[in-house]
Design a protein around this ligand. Sequence first.
Ligand code: ADP
Length: 209
Amino acid sequence: MPDPEAAVPRIGLTGGIASGKSTVAEMFAELGVPVIDTDVIARQVAAPGEPALAEIVEAFGPDLLQADGSLDRRALRARVFADPADRHRLEGILHPRIRARTLATAARAGGPYQVIVVPLLVESGFTRLVDEVVVVDCPEAEQRRRLLARDGGDAAQADRMMAAQLSREARLAAADTVIDNGGELSETRAQVHALHRRYLEIARDARAD
Ligand code: ADP
């Protein structure tokens, strides 16, 4: 009997902040490919009533809750940004739950193959759970420009956010496939379409085994 977990290839899509992950994910979605966004799942696992939220409050104090009882993400980000030990503690609470819920979502999502968007794919060890690591890449100067255009803020802040992430080189070193999103969107789309054809073939071969 085929292993249902292995039946549908899972493509892990990652990249630095504002490199174009959401843009590329949308292109796969337009082709009818199920796209699972772990940022959405991260918000779900820490929603009011979820055990992870109670654990976060226990670890970091009730100051991290907003008046309506939901998590004050901005305050939490500021807190863990300043202290690696706090960050590890938070990741210990969130990551196993994000992984479990992502796999459960993937098991229900169907499709010939699936794209799972994981901003911290390489850092989080999530690479073990996907069949292929796809990195969306663009030059850092362009990444900074897009980050500022999308989110505002100043250049120093953008640099800090980029510096807090894995380096471009380290991310590229972990890639099985790189999507070059440094140019026009039409060029990116052409790469996505070529990959789509390849993944459909891989999925067909996997089903035939
Ligand atoms: P991420 O999901 O990696 O943070 P986004 O997909 O949101 O990145 O892209 C960051 C910003 O750059 C968005 O405003 C998006 O519209 C823009 N963008 C993405 N790709 C391109 C491109 N090839 N050319 C110009 N702008 C782009």
